[in-house]
Structure formats: structure tokens, C-alpha cells
Design a protein. Sequence first.
Length: 205
Amino acid sequence: MLIGYARISRGEEQNNALQIQALKQAGVGRIFEESASGGRWDRPILHKMLDHLRSGDTIVVWKLDRLSRSLKDLLILMDKIDRAGAGFHSLTEAIDTTTAAGQMMMNMVGAFAEFERAMIRERTNAGLSAARAEGRIGGRRKKLSQAQRTDISDNASPAEKQEQKWQDFIKLANQLALASFQNVRLKLKIAPTNPKSFALFNPEK
């Protein structure tokens, strides 16, 4: 059975009419239509079509990119179709995996894809090796300098240092509060008040 798949991307103004016309002229009996990006794997209509595949069926598309815009996903889909005992036919590119020539074409596409992945891995490893040789390490840049990290470590222990720093902080906060109050008092001509009553922190309480 010939099974057609017609797809347009979301937001595109055109419709599937041209694709459907070409599929019907090719003798396709059932057509699955979908509106989704060809770069996405999670296309419900596509997977529904794959679930309906039976041995001896042939999936027909107008162009190869209607099935997928990702070469990696395309090869995965081709493997699924082959495992189901079905074939694949692209009308525009004249690729038909039910023929020996079509199978050879898809094998060549898969070989080039694997070669490209191997070249990318090789270039990546060479780049990392060169960076390590120059003393550069991958990953995010450190937020803190060594001096800052040492300072934080020193401030975290021992407990006596922490207590002293806390007392210094309380003293400074109270001084700032008193200065602010005195400034307001002078502007509003408020009578003097006991400064201790305006302390933000009182460690004795």
C-alpha cells in the first residue's frame, strides 16, 4: 500500500495542496497531513503514520525535506521504515528504496552522515587537545579569583573570627542608624534622645 505524508511548517501561508496533488498522481491511497516544523522529532501525525506501517507498504513524500530537515532524524526514520519491512519513495529526488538504486542512494547518504560526524569529533578532540596544551581548560570561567576564594575560606572559620566580624557589623550598623536619626532630628528640630534607643542591633538582648 502506498502511504503519503504531506507537511508544511507552522505559520507558513501555503498549504498542502501541491503536495497532495503530486501524491495522488503517484497513486497514493492514504495521505497523512501535518503542520509542524521538519526539524522537530515530536510530530504526532508522523509517528501515527509510522505506527500504521505494515510489511510491503511504501511511504511516499513530495520532497525529502517533507519527511525531515534533520539528516540524523531522516536516517533514524529510514531505519524505522526498513525495520517495518516497508519502503520509501521521494518523488522530487526520485529516491525509491524499494529498488536497488534507491537503497544504494540511502546507504551513501548514511555513509556521508557518519563521515561528517566522525570529522566533527576529530576536529573537536584536536581543538580540546590544543587548548589543554596551551593551559586553557574548558567550561565556565571562574566567578571568583583565587584571592577572593581564599578570603571567603578564611572568613568561614574559625568561629572566633566570625563572631568578631559580626560584632563589627553590628557596631557599624548602629553608627549608621544613629547618624541617620541625628540628621533627621536636626532638620525637624526634634529634642535629643538617648542614642541607644535607636540601635538597630543590641547584642546584649
